[in-house]
Design a protein around this ligand. Structure first.
Ligand SMILES: [Zn+2]
Length: 331
C-alpha cells in the first residue's frame, strides 16, 4: 500500500515537473539548471567570448572538420566548457546540437518556436550543423591504426557511388568500394595524385578566387523561406490536432509527408562553408606544398572536401598506377 502511494506521489511529481517544463517551453522561457555554455547565468544574455567559440565551431563543422579535431584544438588553446573542464566528444557535441544557440525553443527534440533570447548562430546554420552531426554517413572514427586516411569517405566509387575506404589487399593498402567491391586503388598513389592536384590548384596565381563565397543566385534564401513555410504548416497541423479538428492518424500522415520535404529544404538552405577560413592560410602561403605538409591530417581532409568531388572508376589493366578513371570535379 505504502509502495503504491509512494509510486503515485512520484509519478504525480514527475508529471508536474513535465507540465512545468512544457509551460516554460511554450512561453519561450528558459529551464532552470546549470549555466549553458555561451550564456550568462540568467540564461538570456550572450557570453560573447563563448559565443565566438560556438560560431567558430559551427563554421568548422560545416567545412567538414571532425568534432574531435575541433575540440582538441579548443582544449589546447585553453578554451574549456562551461564548468571550466576540457571538452569531451559528448559534451562538445551536445553544445553544438543545442537549439538555444539559434534562438529557438525545443521540447522533446522538436522545435517549438522562437525563444525569448537572441541567437548566437543563424537558425539555418544551426540546422545545417545538426544535419551534419546527425548524418549516418559521417566518418568520425579513425580506422585501424587510429588514423583516418586522406580520402576515406570523401572519394566515391565511380561505379556505384558508395564512399571508398581503405582496406588491405595482400601486402598493400588500397581504397576500396566497401559497399559492392567494384574496385580498389593503391592508397598511397591515389593520395599522392590528389595532393599534387590540390597543391597545383592552390599555387596558381588566381587561387585567391577560391576564397570568394559562391554566388547561388538566391537559391539558399528561397529554400530557407520555403522551409519556414513548411514549419508553419507543421505547427498548424499540430494545433489542429490539439484542437480536435484532425485525428492522430491524419496528423501522422501530414507530418510524414512534410518532414522529408522540410529536411530537403533545410539541406538546400544550409550556408556554405567559410572558404576563407579553410583555405586562407594555404592560398596566402609562399610555398603551398610546404604549407600543405604542415597541416594536420584532419585539416587536409577538410581542404580536399571543400575543393573537390573525387570519383574513382576502374583504371586500365596492367602494372603501375594510372590516373585513368579518376575524375576530379571542382566545387
Ligand atoms: Zn562501388
Amino acid at each position: 500500500m505504502l509502495g503504491a502511494t509512494a509510486r503515485y506521489e512520484s509519478e504525480h511529481k514527475a508529471a508536474r515537473i513535465r507540465r512545468k517544463l512544457a509551460e516554460n517551453a511554450a512561453a519561450g522561457k528558459p529551464h532552470g539548471g546549470h549555466r549553458p555554455y555561451g550564456w550568462e547565468p540568467d540564461r538570456l544574455t550572450v557570453r560573447e567570448s563563448e559565443a565566438a567559440v560556438i560560431r567558430e565551431a559551427a563554421s568548422r563543422v560545416l567545412a567538414g572538420e571532425p568534432l574531435r579535431s575541433i575540440f582538441r584544438d579548443l582544449n589546447s588553446r585553453g578554451l574549456h566548457n562551461a564548468t571550466g573542464k576540457p571538452w569531451t566528444h559528448p559534451t562538445f557535441r551536445n553544445v553544438l546540437l543545442h537549439a538555444r544557440h539559434a534562438g529557438l525553443r525545443e521540447h522533446n527534440g522538436q522545435e517549438i518556436g522562437v525563444a525569448a533570447w537572441p541567437a548566437i548562430v543563424p537558425p539555418e546554420t544551426w540546422r545545417a550543423v545538426r544535419r551534419v552531426l546527425n548524418s549516418p554517413d559521417r566518418v568520425t572514427t579513425p580506422g585501424r591504426g587510429g588514423r583516418l586516411h586522406l580520402l576515406s569517405g570523401i572519394a566515391v566509387c565511380g561505379v556505384c557511388g558508395a564512399p571508398l575506404r581503405v582496406g588491405h589487399s595482400k601486402s598493400t593498402e588500397a581504397y576500396r568500394c566497401m559497399a559492392s567491391g567494384c574496385l580498389s586503388r593503391h592508397r598511397e598513389r591515389l593520395e599522392e595524385y590528389v595532393e599534387a592536384v590540390v597543391i597545383a590548384r592552390l599555387s596558381r596565381p588566381d587561387a585567391a578566387s577560391l576564397l570568394a563565397p559562391e554566388d547561388d543566385g538566391g537559391e539558399r534564401e528561397r529554400a530557407a523561406q520555403a522551409a519556414e513555410r513548411v514549419r508553419q504548416r507543421l505547427d498548424e497541423a499540430a494545433a489542429s490536432f490539439a484542437a480536435g479538428v484532425i485525428t492522430a492518424r491524419q496528423l501522422a500522415t501530414i507530418t510524414g509527408q512534410l518532414r522529408p520535404e522540410l529536411a530537403a529544404l533545410e539541406a538546400a538552405a544550409a550556408p556554405p562553408p567559410d572558404r576563407a577560413s579553410v583555405l586562407g592560410e594555404l592560398v596566402s602561403s609562399e610555398d603551398v606544398a610546404q604549407a600543405w605538409d604542415n597541416l594536420s591530417p584532419d585539416a587536409r581532409r577538410t581542404v580536399v572536401r571543400l575543393l573537390m568531388e573525387i570519383k574513382v572508376s576502374r583504371g586500365r589493366r596492367g602494372p603501375g598506377f594510372s590516373t585513368d578513371g579518376i575524375e576530379i570535379i571542382w566545387r
